[in-house]
Design a binder for this molecule. Structure first.
Ligand SMILES: Cc1cc2nc3c(=O)[nH]c(=O)nc-3n(C[C@H](O)[C@H](O)[C@H](O)COP(=O)(O)O)c2cc1C
Length: 180
C-alpha cells in the first residue's frame, strides 16, 4: 500500500468482530515497533503481547476499560501493553544537558509503527491511554512491586468495517508553515 494511503487508512478502531488475530501477524506488528527509531537508540520500550483467548484475554478486555470508557475493548482480539523503560545512559545525559525528555517521544514512534503495520495487514487498532492500570499489570503477571508505569495499551482486532472514516484534522494552514 502506498504510504500516505496507509496513514489515511489507520484510524482508531472501536468496533471489532471478535475474530482472532494470528500470532504471526502479532509478531510482525511488534517487530515494526521494535525497529522504531529512538533518541540515542535507547529503545526505552517493552511490549507485552496478550494474544490468545482464554481467561487472560477476558481479564485484559476488562482491564482495558475504565469508568465506562473503552467498552469496545470487550471485542478486541489482542492487546499490546507498552511500558516505558528507563532510557539508556546517553539519552539520560542528553536529558540533563538539554532539558529535553525523549522517551515519551520514543514510545510514540514505536506505537505509531505498530498501528501502521497492523493497518497494512487489514487489522484495526486503537491506542488506549485510559485503562485500569493495576488490572492491566496483574493481567500480564506483574506484581505490585513492579513500579513501572504502563504507558499505553494498544487494542488490536479485526474491524467490523473496512471503510475508513473521514479524518477530523486541523487544516494544513493551521499546522504547517512553508517558508520561501
Ligand atoms: C496517546 C493516545 C491515547 C489515546 N487513548 C484513547 C483511549 O483511551 N480510548 C479511545 O477510544 N481512543 C484513544 N485514543 C485515540 C484518539 O482519540 C484518536 O487517535 C484521535 O481521536 C484521532 O482519531 P483517529 O485515531 O481515528 O485518527 C488515544 C490516542 C492516543 C494517541
Amino acid at each position: 500500500m502506498e504510504f500516505l494511503e496507509l496513514v489515511k487508512r489507520r484510524e482508531s478502531c472501536r468496533s471489532y468482530t471478535g475474530e482472532p488475530v494470528s500470532d504471526a501477524d502479532l509478531k510482525d506488528i511488534v517487530e515494526a515497533g521494535r525497529l522504531a527509531p529512538s533518541a540515542c537508540n535507547s529503545q526505552p520500550w517493552k511490549f507485552y503481547v496478550v494474544g490468545s483467548g482464554g481467561e487472560r484475554m477476558e481479564k485484559m478486555r476488562a482491564a482495558a476499560q475504565i469508568a465506562g470508557n473503552n467498552k469496545f475493548a470487550a471485542k478486541a482480539s489482542a492487546f499490546i501493553v507498552v511500558f516505558r523503560e528507563k532510557p539508556n545512559y546517553s539519552e539520560r545525559v542528553g536529558q540533563v544537558l538539554f532539558g529535553r525528555e525523549f522517551s515519551a517521544i520514543d514510545i510514540g514512534l514505536a506505537v505509531e509503527n505498530i498501528v501502521l503495520a497492523a493497518t497494512e495487514k487489514g487489522l484495526g487498532t486503537c491506542i488506549l491511554g485510559m485503562f485500569t492500570e493495576s488490572a492491566v499489570k496483574e493481567c500480564i503477571g506483574l506484581g505490585k512491586r513492579d513500579k513501572r508505569k504502563v504507558e499505553l495499551v494498544i487494542a488490536v482486532g479485526v474491524p467490523t468495517s473496512a471503510t475508513p472514516r473521514p479524518k477530523k484534522r486541523k487544516e494544513e494552514s493551521e499546522v504547517a508553515v512553508y517558508l520561501k
